[in-house]
Design a protein around this ligand. Sequence first.
Ligand code: GDP
Ligand code: MG
Length: 252
Amino acid sequence: MDPEGSQLINSTAKQRWASVALLIPALNEEPVIGPTIDRAKRAGFRHVLVADNGSTDGTVAVAEGRGVLVTREPRRGYGAACMAALRGLPECIDTVVFLQADGSEDPAEAHLLLAPILDGRADLVLGSRTLGRAAPGALLPHQRLGNRLLTGLIGLLYGHQFSDLGPFRAIRVDALRRLDMRHSNYGWTIEMQVKAVQQGLRVMEVPVTYGVRVAGETKVSGQMWPSISAGVKMFWMALRLRFHSIARPSHR
Ligand SMILES: Nc1nc2c(ncn2[C@@H]2O[C@H](COP(=O)(O)OP(=O)(O)O)[C@@H](O)[C@H]2O)c(=O)[nH]1
Ligand SMILES: [Mg+2]
């Protein structure tokens, strides 16, 4: 266990890190995936999974070269990659932390997300970039606006006020399986939040820091059309969960 991540964790919780996996969805992240895995290992993670689906660069080779498990899903989309990784989880894992590959989130802060779960106080803990400190330029204006609109919509429809929709989060695996996640793309994160509220999970938010991408290229927020498309997918997901259950995998 690295001292960075260990200071605030009691010894029982430290032992329980053995049953925690870090899941990194990654698409064409060759320039940054190696250092991100190294930081995760330094932060204390023994189980690191990279969820790839269709990287055309050296992402998979770099990850495998560091001895971590890589799952590959033929279907495109962020959610599809995450679901494939969950199917490949080792049996001993009872808690999963999601982390971006791009170095914008700090795996040494994962203990902030894990503590409430390991202490038995929460099922899902979200890293909030708006409660925490976002570096200049890390959260773009349209991301802040989208966050406000979508968290406001969730508040109206479901009566739970989130402060962020960021992907850095920890969740108990049994709870996640009960959520029956379906969205194959960027609706996946908001689906998790809304279903967690609908199913009465114990949800918490903790402040986290957020930096700019260290290297490589943005797939979503730094590009206009992917941003609009992700926003629409998230809006649609938030809305349809209120009125329909999702019976089949969704690509919208
Ligand atoms: N496997 C997989 N990972 C993805 C996909 N889209 C984005 N990611 C990963 O999800 C994380 C967030 O994407 P990123 O490009 O950083 O989005 P941004 O933070 O909005 O610029 C990164 O780790 C990406 O590599 C996808 O379609 N498949
Ligand atoms: Mg990013």
